[in-house]
Design a protein around this ligand. Structure first.
Ligand code: PAF
Length: 283
């Protein structure tokens, strides 16, 4: 497995592979890999001739008050996991390599990135779409795999790819949970044992809200979500949002809605965790 540190090396490698007719699969990550990430690598491995994993804690998607400096990193372990899961190359640039000091160009999606995480992290998706665009131009992937744990991110990237005609297939990978139901996230390592135990309320609450929405219909959503927020608060969580939206446009559910995204962001201590359920609902 090759490790590329510079944009030029990666792009030369990818363009040469393209000329040989190879199918390239990209798995963009911020490192500190867990079973959720390796499931994305496994999917790319099945579909592509060449699998590239990017490991880059992208500064432009963090607000100044967020956890950029303390975001967990363990490059040696990441390297081992990528090797075990059959990646061909890793792209691990330094921030100074990825962005020019006077960079002044952004790629921004302006509709799907507004609600949910976009409301509480207003510059987050602009950072994600900009870095993912750069990664697509550098790695030249035919397909790129993103996890449904970050469902809104996946929808925003799909929209960007559609709107800007990137020749990349976006592959959605199922959300991966620990045995007790906690959605896997690199940020779970910030949690104390007590916070981790209490954070299980997120998945429980989403399942409870989902079953209520399926039983009572979407018209009962305000009441169901209010009860859900109360349950999260009772578990010691500080709710950023608990919402149900049309998964197609991330707007309020209406007569045309086929599928909904029930999504939550909740702080336990200082750690903000997200989770979701995606399902069809009758009105
Ligand atoms: O989901 C992530 O880890 C990041 O947002 C991504 C897609 C790698 C962009 O930095």
């Amino acid at each position: 497995m090759t490790v590329f540190k510079t944009r030029r090396e990666l792009q030369e490698f990818a363009l040469a592979a393209k000329r040989q007719g190879k199918v390239i699969g990209l798995v963009p990550t911020m490192g500190y890999l867990h079973a959720g990430h390796t499931s994305l690598i496994d999917i790319a491995r099945k579909r592509a001739d060449i699998v590239i994993v990017s490991i880059f804690v992208n500064p432009t998607q963090f607000a100044p008050t967020e956890d950029l400096d303390r975001y967990p990193r363990d490059f040696e372990r990441d390297l081992k996991l990528c090797t075990e899961h059959g990646a061909d190359a890793i792209f691990a640039p330094e921030p100074g390599e990825m962005y020019f000091a006077d960079a002044s160009t952004w790629v921004q999606e302006t509709m799907l990135s507004r609600p949910l995480c976009g409301a509480s992290r207003p510059t987050f998706f602009r950072g994600v779409t900009t870095v993912v665009s750069k990664l697509f131009l550098l790695a030249q992937p035919d397909l790129a795999v993103f996890g449904l744990k970050d469902a809104q991110q996946l929808f925003v990237i799909r929209r960007m790819v559609r709107d800007l005609d990137f020749p990349v297939e976006i592959v959605a990978a199922p959300l991966v949970r620990d045995a007790d139901g906690l959605a896997l996230s690199s940020r779970n390592r910030y949690l104390s044992d007590d916070e981790r135990r209490r954070a299980l309320a997120i998945h429980h609450t989403l399942l409870e809200c989902k079953s209520e929405l399926l039983a009572r219909g979407i018209a009962a959503a305000p009441e169901i979500l209010a009860a859900g927020k109360a349950a999260l608060a009772a578990a010691g969580g500080k709710v950023d949002y608990l919402e149900v939206l049309d998964s197609g446009d991330l707007e309020a559910v209406d007569g045309d809605t086929k599928e909904v995204l029930l999504a939550a962001a909740v702080f336990f201590g200082t750690t903000r965790l997200i989770d979701n359920e995606l399902f069809e609902v009758s009105r």
